[in-house]
Design a protein around this ligand. Sequence first.
Ligand code: ADP
Ligand code: MG
Ligand code: ZN
Length: 456
Amino acid sequence: MAKSKSAYICSECGYESPKWYGKCPGCGEWNTMNEEFVTTASKVVEQKVRSVSSYSKPLKLKEITTGDEFRYKTGIGELDNVLGGGIVKGSLVLIGGDPGIGKSTILLQVCQNLGSQINILYVSGEESRRQIKLRADRLGVTGDILIMTETDVEVVSEQIKTIKPELVIIDSIQTMNLTQLNSSPGSVTQVRECTNLLMRTAKALEIPVIVVGHVNKDGAIAGPKVLEHIVDAVLYFEGDKQLTYRILRAVKNRFGSTNEIGVFEMTYNGLKEVSNPSLLLLSGRPTGVSGTCVACTMEGSRPILAEVQALATNSGYGTARRMSTGFDYNRMNLLIAVLEKKGGYYFAGADTYVNVVGGFKLDERAVDLCVALALVSSLKDIPVPEDVIAFGEIGLAGEIRSVSHAEKRINEAARLGFKRCILPFYNLKNLSKDISGDIELFGVRSVRQAVKIIME
Ligand SMILES: Nc1ncnc2c1ncn2[C@@H]1O[C@H](COP(=O)(O)OP(=O)(O)O)[C@@H](O)[C@H]1O
Ligand SMILES: [Mg+2]
Ligand SMILES: [Zn+2]
């Protein structure tokens, strides 16, 4: 017998409380607590216990063979990379992202590439067969895949058991529904229990399942965060919807590194892999103007160049405005404080803005120097020459500290035609010999020294 009691659950993080809060005590989001009927169903629990014992008989460590980790290559190199080499058999992968970012698109493209080798079951609770067919036609997907439009997760689970496909795609988890539960589809309880049921089915039969989860800002449906701890891998699609490129990032991966990213461009025919993201991010860069500088950041094992722009203008009355897009706001304030105290560059009376071009996010300390140079360049209204690239962490004493992967950053800059590189003095001293290309290196100990080299 299923008994229900009501509780308030946060759709962002899954925080549960008997009482309503305007602001979730768990994650601090506003208006995300919704009333749900939590089923203390003996049936659901029973099922769990029974199926766990059926596939997890204790084994001695030495009895376990490691040859088991079989991977399906999706045929999309960037995606395989982010997954750590392909989809692991029996794994549960969550792909999250804003609606319209391209989750269904990339999964249909996976079907095209893999469909000829294995049996794929594509379950959609959002679109009709016709809509899926229309999209498949647009993307040129002709693969032999099974399309099922269903929202009852138990029916889906039964179908998986009978068809025994080699890959299952659930688009999206928020449309799935377990009829035993009283709460509506998309609620935290539903999303969690549906995922659990799919996981039990998948693990028992060793079928990998890819689950789509919408990120939704108004808290009406449960976000992918509430599932992060259940699934094996979590990939997020990021990107500005007004721009065409998308970044796929692993935030959790039990079978690979979480450092890798995949870069794609959204086109009429679907997502195209971008093998040279730096070129894309630097296209249309203004030359001969103050307040811009190119940074080199590491995304996993891969160097990416991005343009940082800064604007410092005289503010009118009252406190100066500061704003930062794509770079941490507090870090920007800290850099400004260091520039004032240690460099003698005063931003006190200036409205100051920092923007990373292309909607890209830079959250690595190594871009400090680049942001600082863009700021000083705008303040003094002297351009940073266009053939200059800079990287280095800035310490509170105003010193430039060394960063990792200096060689890779320099090589990427040289490859894209940069002629001068400003880098931490200690990086220059310890540089290994594998620098390719024609690029002049300047090791600096302070921002002042860097400014002297390129702006004076
Ligand atoms: N006819 C079209 N031509 C070009 N791009 C399209 C077309 N239809 C949809 N798209 C692109 O595909 C995106 C929708 O992707 P989709 O995979 O459905 O997103 P999600 O599943 O993440 O909600 C749209 O934002 C748009 O950029
Ligand atoms: Mg979709
Ligand atoms: Zn919360």
